[in-house]
Design a protein around this ligand. Sequence first.
Ligand SMILES: C[S@@+](CC[C@H](N)C(=O)[O-])C[C@H]1O[C@@H](n2cnc3c(N)ncnc32)[C@H](O)[C@@H]1O
Length: 286
Amino acid sequence: MNSAHNIKSIQSLFKEELKSIYPQREIENISYLLLEHLLNYSKIEIQLNKNEKIEQNIFDQISKALNELKQSVPIQYIIGETEFYDLKFKVNKQTLIPRQETEELVHAIILENQVEAPKILDIGTGSGCIPIVLAHNINNARVSTVDVSTGAIEKAKENAILNDVEIDFYHRDFLKWENYRWDNDFDIIVSNPPYVKESEKELMQDNVLAHEPHSALFVTDNDPLIFYRRIAEFAINHLKKGGKLYFEINEALGQEMVELQKSMGFTFVQLRKDLNGRDRMTSAEW
Ligand SMILES: C[S@@+](CC[C@H](N)C(=O)[O-])C[C@H]1O[C@@H](n2cnc3c(N)ncnc32)[C@H](O)[C@@H]1O
């Protein structure tokens, strides 16, 4: 059975219903993502078939999604997937939605490490976006990743299968890394750990605050660099000589991050900007 709607009227409905919550441009993106997912069309196919009638069962799913969007559930959680560095990733509420600045971090790592079979450790797996993209783009990379969240690890395992790469997954609380056995010959250690200060919560958008996992995001104001310090302490003991340490960072803590790594004996410590000119990454060598 057909509903009274076609693609064009659905897009108008989205604009009308969501205009008080999202900017116009974002509403357009959201409607494309949802329609691509539900109709199994590309963006071009949607544009070419604006008058196509929408089946009632699809319309029911659209209505349900619209209700969730009004409660600021991110579209990626509604459709259960997202794209990162041209690969598809399943996401759920235990996994952070991968961000553009993280794409920039993995892009830098890929460009700077086109060597054969490097041994890589990623800390804080989330959806698996960092380890999976590195394994996909660096020849024979041997990649391990750890996360404290079993929900994240399970989703990331699915994503490794989806993207046809082999990764070693470990369920670990990295703040207690001394409690476990580790290899000590990594070429690269990378992490995008929790780094948003509790006091920065009020600056965040509702859809992040209400729906993304807080354990992936927040650190206390009295020790905001805790993950970086613990990871750098680990890296001193577990990186090869000349091995590299890459971090995504809180843009407000760039200088502190540089000083921390220099004071611990790392060399070539660089504070690096994202495409928007913000201090969002560091790299260093041991
Ligand atoms: C900012 S998210 C990054 C996720 C993913 N790497 C990405 O870039 O989208 C931080 C991740 O660290 C994990 N995490 C938080 N505390 C941890 C801990 N003590 N040990 C290991 N992982 C932890 C969270 O579960 C979360 O998946």
